[in-house]
Design a binder for this molecule. Structure first.
Ligand SMILES: [Zn+2]
Ligand SMILES: [Zn+2]
Length: 310
């Protein structure tokens, strides 16, 4: 990446569903030489490895909230990123910034994996500094990170009455802005902090009308933003590009999930600007224009999907 580049890559666009197509929530933000991750859901290390980006190169792990699908990849990133293979090699401490709760999460992981850490220091002579942690917690809107021209502002969102804390993030770099909603209902704070965004990445949740009567579906939808509501957010924020991630497509044994086309059609009822439905490893280059790139699997990876048995 050339100095000054600003890129967002959706590593995982999924939800708790154990899907091979949409991994757990995780987004990579690269600004100049810095690499920040938002959340670390299931499979985050696999997606980084597909990008050939050593896990140890991540400078900061940001967390939005403590639903397990957003954090279940944290121990993997932390521990695997320390190994001295090409995919790991972290030398400085694992740095975590999140709302209140980050310290408890990390300290308990340190307890859970104490024996592995002790063994690898003694046996593999791994550097203790690379498995150390450095946690910063916050409990209100404001700047949570500022370094070499990269500024990260956290803002509270509304993921439900008892799902607290939960924060979105605004990234400013080189006069460009990326805003990330995190998990939230329709929320004014996204509009406030989303102002002037080149790229606004928002969550979305949808179910077919037949399913909407079910109490559990209403509860889940009540924690998220419907396509129509997301369209209203985009229409008021007017980003250069709006993108969906964390795509909740509810279904039951008798009612199939809404399709991506259904979600787009519903969003179009309230928003007619640029819209992209995120996919794992989709990248956004933010510059004079915002260029969207779908992931092209290298030949070796494609070949890996075919197995010949004899
Ligand atoms: Zn959540
Ligand atoms: Zn979630």
């Amino acid at each position: 990446m050339t100095a000054g580049a600003f890129r967002v890559t959706l590593l995982g666009t999924g939800v708790p569903t154990p899907s091979p197509d949409r991994f757990g929530p995780c987004t990579l933000v690269e600004a100049g030489s810095q690499k920040l991750l938002i959340d670390a859901g299931r499979g985050a290390t696999i997606r980084l490895n597909q990008l050939k980006l050593p896990i140890g190169r991540i400078d900061v792990q940001l967390l939005t909230h403590y639903h397990s699908d957003h954090t279940s990849g944290v121990p993997d990133l932390w521990l695997t990123g320390w190994l001295q293979s090409h995919f790991g090699r972290r030398k400085p401490p694992y740095r975590v910034i999140g709302p209140t709760g980050a310290r408890a999460l990390i300290e308990n992981l340190e307890r859970a994996y104490a024996l592995d850490i002790k063994i690898r220091i003694a046996d593999e002579k791994l550097p203790p500094a690379g498995i150390a942690t450095e946690v910063t917690e916050f409990d209100r809107d404001g700047t949570v990170y500022e370094q070499d021209g990269v500024k990260v502002i956290a803002f509270e969102v509304d993921h439900g009455d008892v799902i607290k804390p939960c924060y979105g993030y605004r990234f400013e770099y080189g006069g460009r802005v990326v805003v990330f909603s995190a998990d939230t209902r329709y929320n004014q704070n996204v509009i406030k902090y989303g102002a002037g965004a080149d790229l606004l990445v928002h969550e979305v949740a949808s179910a077919r009308p037949e399913l909407m009567q079910e109490a559990y579906v209403q509860r889940i939808i009540g924690h998220h933003t419907t396509p129509r509501e997301a369209g209203r957010i985009f229409a008021q924020t007017k980003p250069r590009i709006a993108a969906f991630t964390h795509i909740v497509q509810l279904a039951s044994e008798r009612v199939p999930p809404p399709t991506i086309e259904d979600i787009v059609a519903e969003t179009r009822e309230t928003y007619d600007g640029p819209l992209v439905v995120g996919e794992d490893l989709m990248a956004f280059e933010i510059g004079e224009t915002v260029v969207v790139r779908r992931y092209q699997a290298p030949a070796a990876e494609r070949a890996g999907h075919q197995s010949v048995y004899s």
